[in-house]
Design a binder for this molecule. Structure first.
Ligand code: ZN
Ligand code: ZN
Length: 378
C-alpha cells in the first residue's frame, strides 16, 4: 500500500485516492530525515486479566490493524477471571499471543512481553514492557516491582494520569511518589492518550515534556478493537507512532528510550515539537503547478500522504483565492489552494498552524511547507 501510494503521489495522477482496499492499515511515509514510522500499541488486556478475549485474538487484531509492535500488559494484581482461568505463570498471555503471531506468520508484527503493575494511590497503574519474566514483578512493595522491571531492562511508563477515579477533575498531575520514580530512573514514559478513557490529556503532554518522559498513546483495549474504535470503517485504535532508525526491535526500543514518539487518537496528535515536525513533514507536502503566464495566483496542491485528516490554519503573508485561512487536508488526498503570490517567484513557502497536532499544553504545531515552483507556463 505504501509503495503504491508513494508512486501515485510522485506521478501526481490522482485528485483523491479511491477508497482504500485495506482501510485499517496504518502505513506512514518515512520522515524527511529518513526515519521509519512504526505503529505500536503498548497497552492491551486479555482474559488473562480483565479483558474479554483470548490473547491470540489480540495478535490477530494487531496484525489486521497493521501494527508493527504490540505489548501484552495484563494487570498483575487485578485478576477477575482467575477462578476460571488459573495461570500461575504470568508470561502465559504473552506466550499465547506470540505463538499465534509466529504460527500465522505475522512477519511484520512483533509481540512484546509486559505487565501492568496495578496498585492504589499513589502508585496507580504503571506498565513495564520488554520484560523477560513478568512473575518477578509480583512483589509486595510496588517500588520493588519497578526495580525488578528495570533490572530486566524494561521500559516503564505511567498509565492514564487523568483517569477520573484517581483524578476527579480530569487533570493529570505527578505525585511526589512518581517524581521519585523519575529521579531514580524507574519511570521513562507517560500515557497522554488512553483508549479506554477515550480521551487525551494536554496536561500529561506538558508533564511528559517537562520531565523528559516519552509521550505515549495506547488503546488499553479490553474488548474488541473493531467494536471499540470502528477499526476497518475509518477508525483506528489509539496508538504510539515511533520514529525509529529502522524496523528492528532494538532500534524501536532505543527510539522509545530517546522519546522519539507521537501519540495518535482520532485525528489528534500529541508529541514533542521536533518529533511532531518530522512526522507531519512526512505527511504533508506542497505540489505547485507552474504560473499560467497571466496571473500571479498560483495553483498548489497540499498533498496529505497519511491516514489522518489535518486541520491547517494559514499563517502565511499570502492569502488564498479559493478558500479562507482554515484548510482541511483530508487523509490520503490532495487539497487544492490558489495562493495569491507576491509576483512570479521560483519557490513557495506556506506557514500553517497544524491545529490537530499539539506540541505542548494547548500549543499547536506551527510549521512551514516549502517547494520549488516548476518553471514555464503550464
Ligand atoms: Zn490501568
Ligand atoms: Zn490497562
Amino acid at each position: 500500500m505504501k509503495t503504491k501510494l508513494t508512486s501515485a503521489l510522485l506521478a501526481g495522477t490522482f485528485l483523491t485516492l479511491p477508497a482504500l482496499a485495506h482501510e485499517r492499515a496504518v502505513d506512514f511515509p518515512d520522515t524527511p530525515d529518513g526515519r521509519v514510522v512504526l505503529a505500536a500499541d503498548l497497552h492491551t488486556h486479555s482474559v488473562f486479566s480483565d479483558g474479554e478475549v483470548w490473547p491470540s485474538l489480540r495478535a490477530a487484531e494487531a496484525h489486521r490493524d497493521g501494527l508493527e509492535f504490540m505489548a501484552v500488559t495484563e494487570h498483575l494484581e487485578h485478576q477477575p477471571h482467575k477462578a476460571d482461568i488459573p495461570h500461575p505463570d504470568r508470561n502465559r498471555s504473552y506466550e499465547i499471543a506470540s505463538e499465534k503471531a509466529s504460527k500465522a506468520e505475522y512477519d511484520d508484527l512483533m509481540i512484546i512481553n509486559g505487565a501492568e503493575v496495578t496498585r492504589g494511590p499513589p502508585h496507580g497503574h504503571i506498565n513495564a514492557i520488554f520484560l523477560k519474566d513478568a512473575n518477578a514483578l509480583l512483589v509486595d512493595d510496588p517500588k520493588d516491582a519497578m526495580k525488578a522491571a528495570r533490572a530486566q531492562g524494561a521500559f516503564v511508563f505511567l498509565n492514564h494520569p487523568n483517569w477520573l477515579p484517581q483524578s476527579p477533575d480530569g487533570i493529570a498531575r505527578l505525585t511526589d511518589y512518581h517524581k521519585d520514580l523519575i529521579k531514580e530512573g524507574l519511570l521513562q514514559g507517560l500515557e497522554v492518550i488512553n483508549g479506554t478513557l477515550d480521551g487525551h490529556s494536554e496536561h500529561a503532554l506538558q508533564i511528559a515534556l517537562d520531565n523528559h518522559l516519552t509521550v505515549l498513546g495506547t488503546s488499553d483495549i479490553h474488548g474488541l478493537v473493531d467494536w471499540t474504535h470502528n477499526a476497518g470503517t475509518g477508525g483506528h485504535r489509539p496508538m504510539t507512532l515511533v520514529l525509529s532508525k529502522d524496523r528492528s526491535q532494538a532500534a524501536f526500543k532505543q527510539a522509545l528510550l530517546d522519546g522519539n514518539t507521537v501519540a495518535w487518537s482520532h485525528n489528534d496528535l500529541l508529541g514533542r515539537e521536533d518529533n511532531m515536525k518530522a512526522f507531519v513533514g512526512g505527511c504533508l507536502s506542497l505540489v505547485p503547478e507552474a504560473f499560467d503566464g497571466k496571473y500571479t495566483v498560483l495553483n498548489v496542491d497540499i498533498v496529505n500522504a497519511c491516514p489522518i485528516d489535518f486541520t491547517l490554519i494559514n499563517m502565511s503573508d499570502e492569502t488564498f483565492q479559493n478558500t479562507g485561512d482554515a484548510v482541511y487536508a483530508k487523509r490520503e488526498s490532495r487539497t487544492p489552494v490558489a495562493v495569491r503570490m507576491k509576483g512570479i517567484e521560483a519557490d513557495i513557502a506556506l506557514k500553517f498552524e497544524v491545529a490537530n497536532a499539539q506540541v505542548g499544553f494547548r500549543t499547536p504545531l506551527v510549521m512551514e511547507l516549502r517547494s520549488l515552483i516548476p518553471a514555464g507556463e503550464k
